[in-house]
Design a protein around this ligand. Structure first.
Ligand code: NAD
Length: 252
């Protein structure tokens, strides 16, 4: 019914939080999962959890902002599981809620590289495989910060607005080729993600009042459920959608 049975699924950031929960849900739908993560121990633990339950999974460890690592991820999906049916671009890092004048070159380059360039590199690498099959689904993890200016610092906000743009461009460019691209925009979610936050800075002090409206904090699995839905045949006519999963925060 979902079209995910025996499919080949890449989940980036699959070792922790939303990505881990998504990897486990895809495996429960009998998909074969490539768990790509910077953290080898976490990735191995998720692969172990999936295989112990009778599923199929493989870990690829490395920094996804590097082309060589992206190539390794895609080669693993092709060689181990016969292609790429689903890409979940989920790995990401927070910024320090830093306002523009205080953003260092280092913070800007790193956040943009991991949160935006890596999803682009992965999409560019998987599209030819999806075109070859005439079908595919890409799900990007954007953020509330991809919808508004008050949910994070400059670098993170720009990166997640970029992810929304990437989502829409992919959706339009490949809609006649059978590839659907959608995104979730999570609100606050309980995971291991952390902000190197200096509360005395201009950015954090400015943003704090806006955080009062964020509502109930989500569990990682509540985000994962929507990722799997968007990747599945149940969402067959959804393309270019950025779906807030945020207890109504974006409606405030
Ligand atoms: P998390 O820290 O629990 O998981 C992120 C995973 O990505 C980690 O396992 C980490 O090792 C991996 N990762 C980070 N940089 C990487 C890199 N360069 N290469 C490979 N792997 C890398 O955090 P999470 O909250 O589950 O984050 C998942 C996504 O959700 C991110 O894109 C994040 O921006 C987004 N998001 C999270 C929240 C939230 O409140 N948790 C809200 C909105 C959006």
């Amino acid at each position: 019914m979902t079209g995910l049975d025996n499919s080949s699924v890449i989940v980036t950031g699959g070792g922790s939080g939303i990505g881990r929960a998504a990897a486990l849900r895809f495996a429960a739908e009998r998909a074969n999962v490539v768990v790509a993560d910077l953290d080898g121990d976490r990735a191995a633990a998720v692969v172990e959890e999936i295989t112990a339950a009778g599923g199929a999974a493989a870990a690829v460890v490395g920094d996804l902002s590097e082309q060589a690592v992206v190539d390794r991820v895609v080669a693993t999906a092709v060689e181990a599981f016969g292609g790429v049916d689903v890409l979940v671009n989920n790995a990401g890092i927070m910024d320090g809620m830093t306002a523009t004048a205080d953003v260092t070159d280092e913070e800007w380059e790193r956040v943009l590289r991991v949160n935006l360039t890596a999803p682009f590199l992965l999409a560019r690498a998987v599209v030819p495989h999806m075109l070859a099959k005439g079908r595919g689904a890409i799900v990007n993890t954007a953020s509330e910060a991809g919808l508004r200016g008050s949910a994070a610092g400059t670098a993170y906000t720009v990166s997640k607005h970029g992810v929304v743009g990437l989502t829409k461009s992919l959706a339009i460019m490949y809609r006649t080729a059978g590839i659907r691209t959608n995104a979730i925009a999570p609100g606050a979610t309980t995971t291991a993600i952390a902000s190197p936050l200096d509360r005395t800075g201009h950015g954090p002090k400015t943003l704090m009042p806006y955080m009062a409206n964020l509502g109930r904090v989500s569990g990682a699995d509540e985000q994962a459920a929507v990722i799997v839905f968007l990747a599945s045949d149940a969402a067959s006519n959804l393309n270019g959608v950025v779906l807030p999963v945020d207890n109504g925060w974006s409606a405030v």
